[in-house]
Design a protein around this ligand. Structure first.
Ligand code: ZN
Length: 652
């Protein structure tokens, strides 16, 4: 039987974290007030101009309420599950009777479709149950169950209502009986991972070890010879779309055993979901080797395959990782979901190690490549998050067709928007963590956090205008003095910080990127952290071909970009240098309230070039003096289509 490992750091119950700061409150409210109601209309096919989702309709057909055929993607069920999960988190932070009633209604519709043996997947209920579990490689039944479990656990924790949880347990029990190496069992595993981490969640809630055992089975079986997917492909005579690609079964991270995997390969979202499940299983089964594999894969991703925005999964073909240092800016895929999955992976490794290298990446992805996925008004979304865009290229270059210069209302494959909603409405779970007598501040998000430290109720009041301002104030409220460590993350980007306790320099030690202030705290004790955030001109490892001779501009955790609206066309002709000085100013009414940067820049002029000349022997280039205006990368494409550029020519 399993021995529990010393995972000692945990998220706080979400209802104990009230987010209340100018930056994140806007997003949390946007999700609750706009995104979730909008997505409910989408799921019910009531938004004009967005293709029909068919998601709720499929459940009604499967329940026999209406007649019709299955519509949408084979994994369409997961959209409503992710929506319910987001609603559950949102209700923790802010009760909303109307939203809760919508979710209860959705749960009734879902449960009405459940089969007597617990099976619940509308694609096969509608198209023939005799074919269920015969196409694990591409048909997402276990993936949908994973999302069902996540929704059910979240909704139960948030509302105390069991209906969806009971349905999830019945389906999970059904699957526990079907999968395994026993007689008449299927020795397979999902083509799209997520059920692994979901099963661990279900195990943690119920204490029932069979869910943990199934998660272990799915992880350890994966990629073992003979390859299940190869056999399934041959047995049922399936097409194999990835036959001619280098990754083949590694598209599914299933070409070799997970413990033999040394670099992130294949479909990026699947990969980081799998790795998250591996980290969970490592924690619950005391599997040091599996944790080492996770750390190795993490180091490969974040050290060699991640964009400065936290985007991962460069290849449009297969939405996949490609190879180390392959980070082109204008053909990148960088799916919003992949960065969200990276955050899932990161928080798990942080909870096992207490190391800021993981929470640093959460911050990088969250403030850049994830919130770039949604428009400022909350109704349009990016699936692909490029670091360089040109509307004409998106239209006319086949290799850039996947890049859009404007966010879309919805997608046929609508994984990203509900994923965004569930992450943002649970952002408190990433911002603060606790182990027995350590309170961790991972992200600088203002609000009021209630923690239980050794049986004492301690309230933390966090005030900040991060990421625009460099100060964070944390004050402690407690009935009686209580001893603990306050551990605040010193961000990797920050070269100079100052930590004060009640107005004078604090005594602290730095451990794994966190500053620990350990003492007996009294009510009113206040820590003030200053994180110097000058504008930084950031270079890339020279092995990244596309970024040689270029730099990106950052201030604090925020990556900046140039947009055509502010700077005209031909953004690739701008040059800055390493001594460029920037003005920064907070503009409250602009792009939701943001710090805008301006600098003098040189613009490669067309002077002396005749139309149609194209090439000529070397002659010194001519430059115009211009002012370049920089906006946060996440806020691009909110003012109509146009060029956008993150990595700019830089003369060092
Ligand atoms: Zn997605």
């Amino acid at each position: 039987e399993f021995v529990q490992m010393k995972k000692s750091i945990d998220a706080l119950p979400l209802r104990n974290v009230v987010v209340d700061d100018p930056f994140w409150k806007r997003y949390v409210e946007l999700v609750r007030g706009t995104v979730l109601p909008y997505q409910w209309d989408i799921l019910n096919d009531r938004v004009e101009g967005a293709g029909p989702s068919c998601c709720i309709r499929n459940f009604r057909i499967a329940a026999g309420e209406i007649r019709g055929s299955f519509g949408g993607m084979v994994f369409q069920d997961s959209d409503v599950y992710k929506w319910i999960e987001a609603v559950a988190y949102s209700l923790c932070m802010c009760p909303d009777a109307k939203l809760e009633a919508l979710a209860d209604g959705a749960i009734d519709i879902i449960c009405a479709a459940q089969q007597p043996d617990g099976y619940l997947n509308t694609y096969y209920i509608i198209n023939g149950l005799e074919k269920r579990f015969t196409f694990l490689r591409d048909h997402h039944e276990l993936y949908c169950l994973g999302h069902l479990i996540e929704a059910a656990v979240a909704y139960y924790r948030s509302t105390g209502k069991r209906k969806l949880l009971d349905a999830a347990i019945r389906f999970a029990d059904c699957v526990c009986g079907i999968f395994g190496t026993g007689e008449n069992q299927i020795p397979g595993y999902p083509g799209h991972e997520i059920i692994e981490l979901a099963l661990v969640k279900l195990y943690r809630l119920t204490g029932d070890k069979k869910y943990l055992r199934l998660a272990v089975f799915f992880i350890d079986r994966r990629g073992q010879e003979p390859l299940y997917f190869r056999e399934e492909t041959e047995r049922y005579n399936r097409d194999f779309y990835w036959h001619d690609t280098y990754f083949r079964y590694q598209y599914y991270q299933a070409g070799k055993p997970v413990r033999a995997q040394t670099a992130a390969e294949g479909h990026a979202v699947r990969a980081v979901y799998l790795y998250s499940g591996m980290a969970d299983v490592a924690a619950e089964t005391n599997d040091e080797e599996l944790l080492e594999v996770c750390c190795r894969l993490w180091d490969n991703i974040t050290g060699k395959q991640m964009y400065i925005t936290g985007a991962i999964g460069v290849g449009a073909h297969g939405e996949s990782f490609t190879f180390d240092y392959d980070l082109p800016n204008d053909t990148v895929y960088g799916e919003t979901c992949a960065s969200i999955g990276l955050v899932f992976f990161a928080i798990r490794l942080f909870e096992l190690t207490g190391d800021s290298k993981y929470t640093d990446v959460i911050e990088r992805a969250l403030y850049n490549g994830i919130i770039s996925g949604i428009s400022l008004n909350g109704t349009e979304f990016f699936y692909v998050n490029p670091l360089e865009a040109d509307p004409e290229a998106c239209e006319k270059d086949y290799g850039k067709r996947h890049v859009r210069p404007e966010r879309q209302k919805w997608f046929d494959c609508a994984c990203c928007p509900p994923n965004f909603a569930r992450l943002v409405s649970s952002v408190g779970n990433y911002a603060y963590s606790q182990s027995a007598d350590i309170f961790f501040v991972n992200l600088y998000i203002g609000g009021k956090i209630q923690a239980d430290i050794d049986g004492a109720a301690v309230i933390f009041h966090v005030q900040t205008e991060y990421p625009w301002k460099d100060k964070v104030r944390i004050s402690v409220e407690a009935k009686a003095p209580v001893g603990f460590s306050l551990a605040v993350r010193i961000p990797g980007w920050c070269e100079k910080h100052c930590l004060k306790l009640n107005g004078t320099a604090a005594r602290y030690r730095i451990h794994r990127g966190y500053a620990y202030v350990s003492r007996v705290w009294e009510s009113g004790d206040t820590v003030e952290l200053t994180l110097d955030m000058p504008v930084a001109i950031v270079g890339a490892d020279p092995r990244v071909k596309e970024n040689v001779g270029k730099a990106a501009v950052m201030r604090g955790p925020i990556v900046y970009c140039l947009e055509q609206t502010d700077n005209g066309t031909g953004l690739h002709r701008y040059f800055i240098d390493s001594r460029t000085a920037f003005d920064s100013s907070f503009e409250p009414g602009f792009l939701g309230g943001t710090v805008v940067l301006r600098c003098r820049a040189k613009y490669l002029s067309g002077g002396g070039w005749e139309d149609g000349q194209l090439y000529r022997p070397g002659r010194s280039p001519e430059f115009e003096e211009r002012t370049a205006t920089w906006i946060p990368y996440y806020a691009w494409a909110n003012r109509g289509p146009g060029e956008m550029l993150v990595w700019v020519h830089c003369r060092l």
